[in-house]
Design a protein around this ligand. Structure first.
Ligand code: ASP
Length: 422
């Protein structure tokens, strides 16, 4: 069975068994059941979560420094770089705003009223909420990024992210760039690769982890919560559809002066690749080929935009992260202030830069976001069973967004005189 099938099976098994055992929770003679499920079975889920927690800091540091470095290195291309950056921010902001708007409108998680079931991590109050705005803004720039790193899982990850973006940009400065290109950059690339390998280990454990987390949740809270999952999937898919069929066509018509339907027809094979692999990186070669031959975007533009975009522009993922975190906040009845909701929006946009273009790449970042606003991390178990399907959909939107931006940036740029093969 493939991993997606295992995860779905684990989700269903956890729901069925948890639902069947729930009535016995307080029944006479079954006093042993609660510690068995709440402590021993739950431990498997916690092992799965801790495997992810332990690589969060190195993953964020390496991904964001490399992302900012790559974006900064594009400076030589001046206008192209600025246009790419502007479009990336525009498309990601639109995506997150749509997702967050729909989740606030439809409130798919409200009414589930789940309580955390024994997560050792205490639900934390967002420190930012208690501070005056000026102080909260100043705290985005940490005095000591190492201190932010040690408190990353207690809600101080934003400071660390900002520090990494600044350091990554500094690495790309002329004069420094040549020096770090053979030392710091390969080192960070290796740190990133190792972190993703640990995510791979966690994913091996994921079916058992999902089973454990879901069983424990349903055993404690009953079955009602799963009706809400359908609403959640509906909201994510609807928001992705709006991004793909409303936002992108608007960008194509207004900024790229292209027919959206012709454009999407020409991209159909890339969409298929993205949908079936759930990986922007794996789709990159196909996207490059389509951009240059099918869409007639100058190669030097499409290579820059699509390569950077495969990791640094993930509109579908940013949307998904925003929706998921707010949905889980609703499920666990965590009240978010407006400031915290805006934090989710901003962090989702930044998280889009730090998400690896591989299946499930957004998982660690969602956990970080949840920690930051005080939603129990075990909530990830609820959505993992349906994640593969949503991953396929959001990856399609990610890659589609890269191609749209390449078309916008490439508009009016002269075609390459000579396109040397790399
Ligand atoms: N699978 C996505 C991609 O490769 C990343 C994610 O959202 O997990 O674009």
């Amino acid at each position: 069975m493939r991993r997606a099938a295992w995860l779905l099976t684990a989700l269903l098994a956890g729901i069925v068994l948890g639902g069947a055992l729930h009535p016995l929770k307080d029944a006479e003679g079954f006093g042993w059941l609660t510690p068995l499920i709440g402590q021993w079975v739950a431990m498997i889920g916690q092992v799965f979560l801790r495997l992810i927690f332990m690589i969060v800091v190195p993953l964020v540091v390496s991904a964001l420094m490399l992302g900012a470095f790559e974006l900064g290195c594009g400076k030589g291309m001046g206008r192209v770089f600025l246009k790419t950056l502007g479009c990336t921010v525009l498309a990601s902001t639109a995506a997150v705003a749509i997702g967050v708007g729909l989740v606030v409108l439809f409130t798919p998680g409200v009414g589930a009223n789940l309580t955390a079931t024994g997560s050792p991590e205490k639900i934390i109050e967002s420190a930012a909420a208690a501070k005056p705005l000026t102080e909260a803004l100043l705290d985005l720039l940490p005095k000591n990024p190492v201190a932010s790193a040690t408190r990353a899982l207690e809600g101080e990850i934003i400071g660390l992210m900002v520090a990494c973006l600044i350091i990554g940009a500094a690495m790309s400065a002329a004069g420094v760039r040549e020096k770090v290109a053979h030392t710091l950059v390969p080192f960070l690339e290796q740190v990133f690769a190792v972190c993703m390998t640990v995510v791979g280990f966690a994913m091996v454990l994921a079916p058992a982890g999902v089973f454990s987390l879901v069983l424990n949740t349903v055993f404690t809270n009953g079955l009602g919560v799963f009706a809400t999952l359908l609403g959640y999937v509906g909201v994510v898919v609807l928001a992705l559809l709006i991004q793909q069929f409303v936002v992108y066509p608007i960008l194509l018509v207004l900024l790229a002066k292209r027919s959206p339907w012709r454009f999407m027809y020409d991209c159909r094979e890339v969409y298929l690749y993205a949908f079936s692999t759930s990986s922007s990186n794996a789709t990159l070669p196909k996207a490059l080929q389509t951009a240059e031959t099918g869409l007639a975007i100058p190669a030097r533009i499409s290579r820059f935009v699509l390569t950077v975009g495969a990791t640094a522009n993930q509109n579908g993922t940013a949307l998904f992260e925003g929706v998921t975190v707010l949905f889980l906040a609703q499920v666990y009845d965590v009240d978010l202030t407006l400031g915290e909701q805006i934090t989710v929006v901003l962090m989702s946009i930044v998280a889009g830069i730090g998400t690896a273009g591989v299946p499930g790449g957004s998982l660690p970042l969602i956990v970080i976001l949840m920690q930051t606003i005080g939603v129990p991390a075990e909530g990830i178990g609820l959505i993992l069973g349906v994640d593969r399907f949503l991953d396929m959909c959001r990856t399609l939107v990610n890659v589609s967004g890269d191609l749209v931006i390449a078309a916008v940036v490439g508009r009016g740029e002269p075609m390459d005189v000579d396109t040397p093969a790399d």
